[in-house]
Design a protein around this ligand. Sequence first.
Ligand code: GRF
Length: 187
Amino acid sequence: MVKRNTCVFISGYGSNLKSLIHNSRSHNFPVNISLVISNNINAKGLLHAKINSIPYLIIDTNKRNFENKILYNIKKHKISLICLAGYMKIISKSFINKCGKKIINIHPSLLPKYKGLNTFERIIKNGEKKTGCTVHFVNEKLDSGKLIIQKSFFISKNDKANILKIKTQKLEHKAFSEAIIKMYRYN
Ligand code: GRF
């Protein structure tokens, strides 16, 4: 199987990056993690790129030409898929159009519910019975592209936001890879 080159965008801890790197080592997983891009020089997740000898790039999103720098590297590394894994910057419409690659994102709620930030606090406040995570295609609207996969669990009476985060991330680590397998299952 020819694995597609994949780039993971991060800003922080990188637990999803870690599980993608781990799962990509299976011979029948459809992608390789070939590049990591962070908009945060202090992102802990960069460590996973370093210890696995994966090329990485730190981008200063305050610089005017930062998107061109990303596009140049996407081309250079022959990237077919971009995974947003805790990338805390909205992807512009012009980037999506110029890039022309598949871009997917993982979000810690059952979209279309709870788009945006502070999801766990809002879920608790609204007394939801169930939550989970979503992997979806990225379009120009925040957390709004076509769904690929969702995983859910029932919220216990005593769950606080930090517990919801732990439970949700455990599902995310499975969902991201399952979504990628689903995307490429027929080719
Ligand atoms: C994840 O919970 C994801 O849903 C959200 O950002 C978080 C990133 O976590 N978009 P990590 O950096 O992968 O640990």
